[in-house]
Design a protein around this ligand. Structure first.
Ligand code: PMP
Ligand code: GLN
Length: 394
């Protein structure tokens, strides 16, 4: 029988996160693959969700989201970034950042339009672009000076007559790069010269380290009016299972995104929205502590991976660390990641699956450090044993 799946989705199969988390469960390995914390978000925020359910917030909320959350998002954008978004018309609540990204691309891209994204890229970008019948134009981030960066000339060359939008994810999953003001200025200039829409994925906006500042592209001159800014509660408050995100943009762009969003899900779940509104208004100190804790965990895991023999790219943000496996005597990250449970009892994510040019990332493997210290330590000691077994110095 023919594959019933539409042709444009056939290359996508099962996500790497599903595959690797299932592998971790099946083998009882430590899961440093899929990025989800193993501790809960702020207790009062969790209680707010429970009380919302008990208090009867269990029917459809308004399509754009509950007013409390739209107001909290607007207040947070203003206080943190000096950005003004009208809670009535410029803020849209979505089912996680994933729905926001899909709805934005489906709303703004005609079949054949091109969307630029920096590779390696979060896997839903390519799938959403394909669903829209649009075309992904990758621009590769390459190691330079201990971080991953793009070549401005390559970015410029990727823009053509059909380019509609550029997807900008900073802090960047999976490389941990936080774009500098200079890099963002390059992107902003290009957007204005070539009349492009910027779609910014800022789900790790709070998770930067060593005082590195996250700068939203929309704060650069001329950018607010052409930027669709996407965030999510999942990473900020360690509630990835709540799938509550939001879009901020000028009203004409929000209207377009909402037109699509209303037929994907109509609206997002009610209780989480009230709880996230509470979190944005009352729990930012908790988030600051999370950021500090994650910085220490980053140091813990990067030191351990280096001791095991990996080449380590120290991330400036997110909760992922990118490694090069070649010093351990391996070359193919996908094969390595599939073998790692039996070699060491650890699960990681092969970065090559996030590339349009997999050969450019074949030797990179991503590890997550949003885990308890003892979990990181146990994973590290297993990986050090692997490093010793493959002959690299511990
Ligand atoms: N973008 C990036 C870069 C991510 O890492 C993730 C995973 N959290 C998402 C989007 C999806 O976020 P959500 O779970 O809110 O849909
Ligand atoms: N964002 C998470 C990661 O990169 C996982 C998201 C997912 O499972 N789809 O690990």
């Amino acid at each position: 029988m023919n594959d019933p799946l539409v042709a444009r989705m056939r290359e996508f199969g099962t996500t790497i996160f599903a595959e690797m988390s299932a592998l971790a469960l099946r083998t009882g390995s430590i899961n440093l693959g899929q990025g989800f914390p193993d501790t809960d978000g702020p207790a009062a925020m969790l209680e707010r969700a429970a009380s919302a359910i008990r208090d009867g917030f269990n029917q459809y909320p308004p399509g754009p989201g509950v007013p409390e959350l739209r107001q909290a998002v607007s207040g947070h954008r203003k206080a943190r970034y000096g950005l003004d978004y009208d809670p009535d018309g410029e803020v849209l609540v979505t089912v996680g950042a994933t729905e926001a990204i899909a709805a934005t691309i489906l709303a703004l891209c005609e079949p054949g339009d091109e969307v630029i994204a920096f590779e390696p890229y979060y896997d839903s970008y390519a799938a959403s672009i394909a669903l829209a019948g649009a075309v992904l134009r990758p621009v590769t981030l390459r190691p330079a000076g201990g971080r991953f960066a793009f070549d401005p000339a390559e970015l410029r060359a990727a823009v053509g007559p059909r380019t509609r939008a550029i997807l900008v994810n900073s802090p960047h999953n999976p490389t941990g790069t936080v774009f500098t003001r200079t890099e963002l200025e390059e992107i902003a200039l290009l957007c204005q010269e070539r009349d492009l829409i910027a779609i910014t994925d800022e789900v790790y906006e709070h998770l930067t380290f060593d005082g590195v500042e996250h700068i939203p592209l929309a704060t650069l001159p001329g950018m607010r009016d052409r930027t669709v800014m996407i965030s999510s509660a999942g990473k900020t408050f360690s509630v990835t299972g709540w799938k509550t995100g939001w879009v901020c943009a000028p009203s004409r762009l929000i209207r377009a995104v909402q037109t699509v969003k209303q037929f994907l899900t109509f609206t997002a779940a009610a209780p989480w929205q009230l709880a996230v509104a509470y979190g944005l208004s009352h729990e930012l100190d908790w988030v600051a502590r999370l950021q500090a804790d994650l910085q220490a965990k980053r140091d813990r895991l990067t030191a351990g991976l280096a001791a095991a023999g990996f080449d380590v790219y120290r991330p400036a943000g997110t909760y992922f660390v990118q490694t090069d496996i070649r010093p351990l005597g391996f070359a193919d990250g996908l094969a390595f990641s599939r073998e790692l449970p039996s070699l060491a009892g650890v699960v990681a994510i092969p970065t090559q699956v996030f590339y349009a040019h997999p050969e450019r990332g074949s030797h990179f493997v991503r590890f997550a450090f949003c885990k308890k210290d003892e979990v990181i330590d146990e994973a590290v000691s297993r990986l050090i044993r692997l490093g010793e077994a493959t002959g690299t110095p511990a």
